[in-house]
Design a protein around this ligand. Structure first.
Ligand code: CDP
Ligand code: MG
Length: 714
């Protein structure tokens, strides 16, 4: 767009002249920016004229103490930091200076809102301070995190600091993985796990302190926790609450918790120069690669942090960076590429915390997990395309989708701050200053206002909370939306169906496999054809549910082998999750005394059972033959490319979920005979719903339509 230009002033142009960093565009090619630290490389060789021009625009101020330091002092400080013992590292954190004062405040108050700059030691130190002060003598200290990776990595760090084995005194609990023991006194957990604990221990009696961390993130689970812990604190005066947040919204939290005391920890922060691109970047992934190389080859010491929206983007950038570095040959200093995202295996997560060897540079490719939840030492440069992936719900279509969305100004400022922890830093924003001022929202909308409230209703109901209208929300949804959500839940067959759905052993298996969030298939970019072949070999006719069942059965035959997963490009971790869920479901069924029947051969019966569970998720191919139309809601949808039915001609399907990325996609799809819909859900479908279908009346991919023992159903 031309919009970017309107915001540019003569003042900015002057800044370009003065700016320390101008990556020789146009006439500036041979300028000082063109040769790398190696002194041999010309930037042009590498970038082939596609370099990006940045404008230094503003400097985000540091704290006075930090600004007084000279570069030599900073370098010396960094050097000392590397050599520090763990104890010295702890004592160098801003939190340490506040230790006594904080403990005093905790003695005098039941609820404290703790605000402190990211990286000041809130998450790692506060639970230890409380433990050292004796709070764990009468119960555990719990600390919630919105992200599993953060819960794991912080627990690991703290167990190292305390000199204990992870899972002993310090542990973590995330879905499907409980790494705690009877001895655990400091327990990090996802906010979702604490919600689950409420079901078994509604008064949290095993805890003496509960810390709700990353409160500013306002995830749905955290928002609900606020209401729950506030309630409990009223009749458990011995329970201490700490609400921890990175600077934003402290007053709001304080007001919500009956004017709780706000305790501020001032961190050390160095000034960060903020650069914007001169004009909007069309391809921000490519811009990330180019900017990383520009920094690597022209800038002094310091690691780079790049914010991307998800695993796919991270892999693309990683691959391109590797290619470009390879092309540069041994002349270029080493660039260590470290990805970090939610589903990264834990052994690879550790790599990002390893110190960078002298003479090389680390580039961390992260999702917004690195915004506030995880602090990586040594970052001097931040590259920020200004996007993140947000789950958002469209009440009109009833669809939740992960959308790449522009960040809020609060988020991008938080990101920039990550560059100023060890010394003065630089943040490169891959958008114009005009965009920053005019196109970004001030704050991110809390998840509770973006999500399907039906889920909130179900979640609260599962906690035994029926009076939703009077639930104490930090930001209450409007009564109308709440009432709509209640109606939706009542009308929808989902909840009760979920309970009665797993009637057969096989269906339980399929449910378990479906419950794994990410795909069980793994497709590394560099081994595409191999992984595709492996996948084809496991594929079964009629769609993804049958294929998932086959994957499960094949795995069981190998006695849950890791090696088999590895050879067949199956995510071992996901399979283990599925196994866990399956065990849980089977136990549940035992309790309600449902007889397990299974007849592997009866393919139709299984698919009918799936249809019975997902009849409200049916779709029919359009006349055009290109896309599908959902029954009842009449949305145009496609089969997701990851489905085994992606390229198969099918007329009627049921799907597990809809997902909006570039188009509206059905994920986990099974081919059905439309007459089954009337058979399994006569209250929902009548003959006229399916007569328009080209298939009805005809044979159905060679099957005898009415042959069905129905054993899986009844
Ligand atoms: O919670 P807050 O952002 O205030 O800081 P923190 O997560 O407690 O991190 C404090 C320091 O601990 C960081 O600056 C890191 O130096 C260190 N840390 C680490 O080395 N490894 C981790 N997994 C987490 C923190
Ligand atoms: Mg933290």
């Amino acid at each position: 767009t031309e919009k970017g230009d309107t915001g540019r002033s003569a003042w900015e142009d002057e800044q370009i002249g003065k700016g320390q960093l101008r990556f020789g565009a146009g006439a500036g090619r041979a300028g000082p920016g063109s040769s790398g630290p190696a002194g041999l490389l010309m930037l042009d060789d590498l970038l082939q004229g596609e370099d990006i021009e940045f404008v230094l625009d503003q400097v985000a101020g540091g704290t006075p103490a930090a600004e007084k330091l000279t570069p030599a002092e900073i370098a010396a400080q960094e050097e000392r930091h590397r050599a520090r013992t763990i104890r010295e590292q702890r004592e160098s954190l801003p939190a340490f200076e506040y230790r006594e004062e904080f403990l005093r405040v905790m003695e005098q108050n039941q609820v404290v809102v703790l605000v402190g700059e990211t990286g000041s030691g809130k998450t790692t130190q506060i639970p230890q301070f409380l433990h050292e002060a004796g709070y764990t003598r009468r119960g555990r200290i719990g600390c919630t995190q919105p992200r599993r990776v953060a819960a794991m990595s912080v627990a690991k760090r703290v167990s190292e600091e305390m000199g204990t084995r992870l899972g002993q005194e310090v542990g973590y609990s995330i879905r499907f993985e409980d790494c705690t023991s009877d001895r655990t006194v400091i327990k990090y957990m996802t906010d979702g796990m604490l919600l689950r604990e409420f079901m078994t221990e509604p008064d949290l009696k095993s805890y003496s302190v509960m810390i709700i961390d990353e409160a500013h993130e306002r995830t749905l689970h955290t928002d609900i926790l606020f209401g729950l812990v506030k309630d409990i604190a009223r009749y458990r005066p011995d329970l201490k609450l700490v609400i921890m947040s990175a600077t934003m919204d402290a007053d709001k939290f304080s007001r919500f918790f009956d004017d709780a005391l706000i305790f501020k920890m001032h961190g050390r922060r160095f000034p960060v120069d903020i650069y914007y691109t001169k004009s909007p970047e069309a391809d921000y992934l490519d811009a990330c690669v180019v900017t990383t190389l520009q920094i690597h080859l022209t800038q002094g010491r310091g690691d780079i942090l790049v914010f991307l929206t998800g695993q796919e983007e991270i892999e693309t950038v990683q691959e391109n960076l590797q290619k470009r570095m390879k092309a540069l040959g041994p002349k270029a200093p080493e660039l260590i590429i470290c990805p970090i995202y939610a589903n990264l295996p834990s052994d690879m997560q550790n790599k990002i915390f390893e110190p960078t060897p002298a003479g090389s540079r680390k580039v961390v490719l992260a999702t917004n997990i690195a915004e506030t939840s995880i602090t990586i030492d040594g970052i001097v440069f931040v590259i920020d395309p200004g996007f993140s992936k947000l789950n958002s719900y469209n009440p009109r279509t009833g669809m939740s989708s992960l959308l790449v969305t522009p960040c809020s100004r609060a988020m991008v400022n938080q990101r920039a701050g990550r560059a100023g922890r060890v010394g003065p830093g630089k943040c490169f924003r891959l958008y114009t200053r005009w965009s920053y001022e005019h196109e970004l929202e001030e704050n991110t909308v809390p998840e509770i206002q973006r999500t399907n409230l039906g889920n909130v209703v179900l979640l609260l109901k599962s906690l035994g909370i029926d009076d939703l209208v009077n639930f104490d929300f930090l930001d209450p949804p409007t009564p109308e939306t709440l009432i709509r959500a209640l109606e939706q839940v009542r009308a929808s067959p989902v909840p009760s169906r979920h309970l009665h759905f797993p009637l057969a052993q096989l269906i339980v298996t399929i449910c378990a496999m479906l419950s794994v969030n990410s795909s069980v298939f793994y497709a590394p970019k560099d081994r595409k054809s191999e992984s595709e072949n492996a996948r084809l070999a496991l594929t079964r006719p009629h769609g993804d549910h049958m294929t998932l069942l086959n994957v499960w059965n094949s795995w069981v035959e190998t006695n849950y082998s890791v090696q088999w997963c590895f050879e067949n490009f199956i995510q071992y971790r996901s399979m283990n999750h599925a196994r866990d869920v399956r065990d849980q479901l089977l136990k549940l069924l035992e309790r309600v005394e449902i007889k397990l029947v299974s007849n592997e051969e009866d393919d139709i019966a299984i698919r009918k059972a799936i249809t019975a569970g997902f009849f409200y998720h049916a779709a029919q191919k359009n006349i055009s033959g290109k896309d599908f139309r959902t029954s009842k809601s009449n949305q145009t949808v496609l089969i997701h490319p990851s489905s085994t039915l992606h390229k198969t001609p099918v007329e009627w399907v049921v799907y597990h979920e809809l997902m909006l990325t570039s188009r509206e996609f059905m994920r986990q799809v099974t081919e059905i005979d439309p007459t089954w819909l009337v058979e399994v859900a006569p209250h929902y479908y009548s003959g006229s719903d399916i007569t328009g279908s080209e298939t009805s009346g005809k044979g159905f991919h060679g099957e005898k339509r009415h042959k069905s023992s129905g054993s899986a159903l009844r």
